[in-house]
Design a protein around this ligand. Structure first.
Ligand code: FES
Length: 157
C-alpha cells in the first residue's frame, strides 16, 4: 500500500526530452508534449527543453510566446488540476473532470472569464494510492468523486 509505481510528470517529461535529445527540429512537438504533461510551460520546463534539445533558451521563449496555444503560467487565481494518470483514470477521473467542467462552464485547459479558476487534466501526481486525486494550487485532495470535487470547488468560490 502506498507505493506508487506511476511515473511523475517530471519523469515523463524527461523521457520525452530524452527521446528528442539534441533535435532542435522537434522543439514545437516537445513543447506540446511538455504542456500536455505539465499543464503549462513554466520557466523551469522551458529550460529543461532548451537544454535537452540543445536549443538556445531565447528561442524557446520566442516559440512559446508566439503560439497562443502555449501557456507560460497557470492563468486562474485557483488552478485546479485533476490527475488523469492511469490509476486516477481507472477510478473515475474523467467523470470528475466533466463535473468540474460543467460546474465552471469551461473545458479542461481553460480559465474562467473572471480569472478565478483554471482547470487542467494532468499526468500522474505521484499519489496513486489516493486516486482519484485533484489539487487546487498546492493543496491536494484524494479519493475524490464527482460530488466531492464540486463540494471542494465551492470552498473556493
Ligand atoms: S495516477 Fe498517480 S496520482 Fe493519479
Amino acid at each position: 500500500m502506498g507505493t506508487c509505481n506511476c511515473k511523475t510528470a517530471w519523469d515523463e517529461l524527461n523521457e520525452v526530452i530524452d527521446a528528442y535529445r539534441g533535435q532542435e527540429s522537434a522543439l514545437i512537438e516537445v513543447l506540446h508534449r511538455a504542456q500536455e504533461i505539465m499543464g503549462y510551460l513554466p520557466r523551469d520546463v522551458q529550460e529543461a527543453v532548451a537544454e535537452g534539445l540543445n536549443v538556445p533558451l531565447n528561442k524557446v521563449f520566442g516559440v512559446v510566446s508566439f503560439y497562443h496555444h502555449f501557456s507560460v503560467e497557470p492563468k486562474g487565481k485557483y488552478q485546479i488540476a485533476v490527475c488523469n494518470g492511469t490509476a486516477c483514470y481507472v477510478k473515475g477521473a474523467p467523470a470528475v473532470i466533466s463535473s468540474l467542467e460543467e460546474e465552471l462552464g469551461i473545458k479542461a485547459g481553460e480559465t474562467t472569464k473572471d480569472g478565478k479558476f483554471s482547470l487542467a487534466a494532468v499526468r500522474c501526481l505521484g499519489a496513486c494510492s489516493l486516486a482519484p486525486v485533484m489539487t487546487i494550487n498546492q493543496k491536494a485532495y484524494g479519493l475524490v468523486d464527482t460530488e466531492k470535487a464540486v463540494e471542494i470547488l465551492k470552498q473556493y468560490e
